[in-house]
Design a protein around this ligand. Structure first.
Ligand code: AHG
Length: 343
């Protein structure tokens, strides 16, 4: 098979991007490479997931005598391990861990960046072969370089992200990441073990035909959210419809699809859980950043997700993200309701 040398690898692309900044140190490119490497290892295990039942249950010992770990724990350990040994990250925060991990060694203390991630989002879908993914978010430290990172480095609003991305383990494995220069996607070529540029300069279509929400919670949503969902269902050709409902229950897959094809994803608060389910730092901020850099928008229903100043590592937020025109229509319902309440 002829190899097309016109296609950039992830490493080639990040180095090329770096050269546009004469003062760049290459740390960000190194960090993206490390995340990509950890995700290649996760990819191998995700692809074997169907065999776990015949090779041994989670928590038992496999035929090589190794403990079979839950995949989300495995993914977490890979990311922590690779980033700890790399030279570009001063510490991490993970959805799987109660607290941040500061690497605190001479090299790491000099690193400019900290990284937050959800190691395996949608992991409750693994048993049924549904696409899942890793989400990551990178911040420049606010603490003094040369000293250990601090919690303040992690509790920054999403608009301070330097880069954010995800890897979707689907029919193919794809790494998508965003910086202020735009959003690009790379598909893993399993034969050569490299991520190859497949989606250059991703732009989220301003409108789409899909809305993604858990309809099972419909009667527990606020009235304006119910009204917007009902409006989605009533759409016909005269107002941009008909819309289609698509909800995988694996946000990486749902938002990836909407990013490429246009659409809106919603995880609103409910009567019993007004803060919703999704985590601001590990899930919502990275996706809000990616979709915004691709021309879309994200809100918690009141303010832009990226403007929320976090107070806790694991805080949750209602989350609405997607194509700009669809988001503006949603906001016309949400904001009209808040104006009525204020009168
Ligand atoms: P988990 O990682 O526990 O499987 O959660 C997945 C997240 C997100 O990816 C998805 O959109 C949402 O939870 C689905 O939640 P519901 O089942 O409540 O709709």
């Amino acid at each position: 098979m002829a190899i097309n040398r016109n296609i950039l690898t992830l490493d080639e692309f990040t180095i090329q991007e770096m050269r546009a900044f004469p003062l760049a140190t290459g740390e960000l490119a190194g960090l993206l490479r490390d995340i990509g490497l950890a995700c290649k290892r996760v990819n191998v295990e995700v692809n074997k997931a169907g065999l776990v039942d015949i090779l041994g249950d989670h928590g038992t010992t496999n035929i090589q005598g190794e403990e079979v770990k839950k995949l989300d724990i495995f993914a977490n350990d890979q990311l922590v391990g690779v980033l700890r040994h790399g030279i570009s990250c001063a510490g991490i925060g993970s959805e799987e861990l109660d607290d941040i991990v500061i690497f605190d060694d001479e090299t790491s203390n000099k690193s400019k960046y900290v990284c937050l991630f959800d190691p395996l989002d949608g992991s409750s879908n693994i048993d049924v072969n549904v696409s899942i993914g890793t989400i990551f978010s990178i911040y420049r430290r606010v603490s003094e370089l040369g000293k250990p990172a601090t919690k303040a480095d992690f509790l920054q609003p999403g608009n301070k992200q330097v880069a954010a991305g995800y890897v979707v383990f689907g029919s193919s494995t794809m790494l998508v990441y965003a910086t202020k220069r735009g959003v690009n996607g790379f598909t893993l070529d399993r034969q050569i073990g490299e991520y190859l540029m497949s989606h250059q300069n991703i732009q989220c279509p301003p409108a789409g035909k899909m809305y993604s929400v858990n309809h099972g919670n419909f009667f527990r949503y606020d009235q304006p959210v119910k009204e917007y969902i009902t409006a989605c269902q009533k759409k016909d050709k005269s107002n941009g419809g008909p819309y289609t409902q698509r909800y995988i229950g694996s946000m990486v897959s749902d938002v990836h699809r909407n990013l490429i094809k246009g659409g809106i994803f919603m995880y609103p608060g409910t009567i019993d859980k007004p803060g919703g389910k999704l985590r601001l730092l590990y899930e919502c901020n990275p996706f809000a950043y990616i979709v915004e850099k691709a021309g879309g928008k994200a809100t918690n229903g009141k303010i832009n997700i990226l403007d929320i100043v976090p107070t806790e590592l694991h805080q949750r937020t209602p989350f609405f993200v997607g194509s700009i025109n669809m988001m503006e229509e949603l906001e016309s319902y949400l904001f009209a309701a808040s104006k009525d309440a204020a009168v």
